[in-house]
Design a protein around this ligand. Structure first.
Ligand SMILES: [Mg+2]
Length: 392
């Protein structure tokens, strides 16, 4: 089997990212989204979604690349390759893009490509993806509703109640106005906790550049003392974890704060490649590692991260706030882990991110998502929708 086409598909939507005031739902990236379609000579097709600057990513995949090694377009490097040879391909793409890549947008593109290749492998084997990743160890996972902070306590109460009504037993609020005013932050978290009751899980994602993030002149990451102070007061509201709230290059600050924090630290969505995860986990930065399959380097890297997490005795909960493709790949991966306490479920999908792929995801009476047990990931790209929104 050989790869015959690599198509970066740039999609345009009509909504913009917004953290709402009241109970109404927040909106994720509703204006642009890139997906990649990989086609083989056998007719099998793999899809991946990419959380990145979509317009630039389309060029990194679709080219034109340059003749010198390190400056290649990813698509050119894939044509003619055997799609099942995922590790070899990962290394080829890394070297081929090394001069402009190694992190950021190039790795994000490589992640989507890697996930799409794993999908093709699963289809070729006629099995659910989990079977190729080590075999499933569970049929369902507890899902948490993942959304943005509302700007008022009343909005937080309405939103929290809405997720409970939908059957969620765990909710994460992130970003929005959080970090602008500590008094209001406390009111928002208190409103969420009060509504959710003492036993449902509440997670907080304060953002890592949030100190008045609407005012660029005040953008600055938290100091170690500010981060610890935040953990201490979040503990008063029985917050299950605090997420991604320290400058992503400051591994040492994570490790120092974790030593004293009464709340679990979760992070890793900014981390990419096995080398970086080794350093991040190795220095004791977090209690919960959160690789994002569309950013970390894809499933090939995530499999290594799972081994590291198990060895370090920490939890792994993938970051997955994008289309159902990412949720589908994440569910298959999480189903194979020894321990998988939660899966992140994006309740804030825009018309664009929500329309790209269809999936049978439904919460059961206990707030768990069933893991599809069909060939590949059990998610279908809506090609009509994709054609209607394509701009490149
Ligand atoms: Mg986050």
């Amino acid at each position: 089997m050989k790869i015959v086409a690599v198509d970066p598909i740039l999609l345009r939507g009509e909504q913009t990212y917004v953290a709402t005031q009241g109970g109404e739902e927040a909106v994720d990236n509703g204006d642009w989204q890139l997906i990649v379609k990989i086609t083989t000579d056998s007719g099998l097709v793999g899809w991946g979604d990419i959380e990145t600057l979509a317009s630039a990513a389309a060029a990194i995949i679709g080219g034109p690349g340059m003749s010198i090694l390190g400056f290649k377009a990813l698509g050119d490097l894939l044509i003619g390759e055997d799609p099942t040879d995922t590790t070899r391909i990962w290394n080829k793409l890394y070297i081929g893009s090394a001069y402009y890549g190694r992190r950021g947008i190039a790795i994000q593109c490589m992640s989507a490509i890697d996930n799409a290749l794993w999908s093709i492998k699963a289809q070729a084997a006629g099995k659910p993806l989990a079977a190729l990743l080590g075999g499933r160890k569970r049929d369902r996972i507890r899902a948490y509703a993942s959304t943005l902070f509302r700007a008022t306590p009343a909005g937080m109460r309405d939103a929290a109640k809405g997720y409970m009504d939908k059957g969620f037993t765990a909710v994460k609020f992130g970003w929005g106005v959080f970090g602008e005013d500590e008094g209001r932050d406390r009111e928002l978290v208190a409103a969420a906790r009060e509504t959710l009751g003492p036993d449902r899980l509440l997670m907080v994602d304060p953002g890592w550049y949030p100190v008045g993030w609407a005012k660029p002149e005040r953008w600055s990451p938290r100091t170690r003392d500010q981060a610890l102070r935040l953990c201490n007061w979040l503990a008063e509201y029985k917050v299950y974890w605090v997420e991604d709230f320290i400058h992503p290059e400051h591994f040492d600050v994570y490790a120092a704060v974790r030593k004293e924090s009464p709340v679990k630290l979760a992070a890793g969505e900014q981390v990419a490649t096995t080398w970086e995860f080794e350093r991040f986990i190795g220095c004791g930065a977090v209690d919960v590692i959160q690789p994002d399959l569309t950013r970390c380097g894809g499933l090939t890297v995530a499999l290594e991260v799972a081994r590291m997490a198990e060895k370090a005795g920490i939890q792994l909960v993938t970051h997955s706030w994008l289309t159902h493709l990412l949720t589908g790949h994440s569910l298959q991966f999480l189903s194979t882990l020894k321990e998988a306490p939660l899966v992140e479920f994006n309740v804030s999908q825009s018309a664009l991110t929500g329309g790209i792929a269809k999936a049978p995801f439904k919460l059961d009476a206990e707030g768990f998502l069933a893991i599809p047990d069909t060939v590949d990931i059990g998610v279908t790209v809506d090609e009509k929708f994709v054609q209607a929104h394509r701009v490149n």
